[in-house]
Ligand binder design. Sequence first.
Ligand code: CP
Length: 311
Amino acid sequence: MSEQAQLSTDHLLGIKDLNSADIHLLFETADEFKEVINRPIKKVPSLRDITIANIFFESSTRTRISFELAEKRLSADIVNFSASSSSVNKGETLLDTVNNILAMKVDMIVMRHPAPGAPHFLANHIKANIINAGDGTHEHPTQALLDAYSIRERLGDVAGKKVAIFGDILHSRVALSNIFCLQKLGAEVMVCGPPTLIPKYISTLGVRVSHDVRQTLAWCDVANILRIQLERQNIKYFPSLREYARYFGINKALLDTLDKEILIMHPGPINRGVEITSDVADSAHSIILDQVENGVAIRMAVLFLLAGRRK
Ligand code: CP
């Protein structure tokens, strides 16, 4: 890789802390890594002197595998930690757990945690670089970066585009990080879902709010469709999944009523037949698997640029 410019931060805690120059630098670096991961030999030696611990206190498929592959493609040494099989079960605190991992000469921590602010807490108490892989209902910065990068790849630019985020905005860390990222890049954002799943404060962030799926689809260039996060809901926010699918699910018949084509996105995991039907998820307009592919290049860019701040 060429001589690198720098990010403005030592950690990736949230998109809120990045400026637009940081995001453009991450995208330009990801462009180079996307070329690397499509070569027959998908590896560069950039992080061969860096050790990274992936510590996951919540379930994950995409983020966990994507970070691990990104680290391996950069030749980092890695260790994986799963809370369910660790001494956290014996009462060890988060800070003690992480300090013990760092005592084994780990340089960077990638962490997913159910508590909003957990990575910010760590960043105030330890020296390693922290990358937030999702903190409760707060932020999921690498998801927002890969989402915006995928829009840029398909539509040429994010600036000026109209992006609608559908679904369970109230419990979604993807929604908040996407709103920050898209706005910093000059997109217009609308959120759409049942009133019970849209937090009151959201309009103070400068986004439009709608409860009408048809009107929102007619407005947007891009539909980013989120799942209902039942695991975070301890009360009923709507009568049934069947009713949700009927009034807020996105299906081909709805898209066929539009006089334009829109890009279909979903961060995964998908609940087919609830927020999105298979004929939409698997359609030619869907870039859901491109998002997953781009996640590796974006995470390589994040790790590479944060490691560059250590030199
Ligand atoms: N999009 C996302 O964060 O997926 P996982 O929960 O599988 O990592």
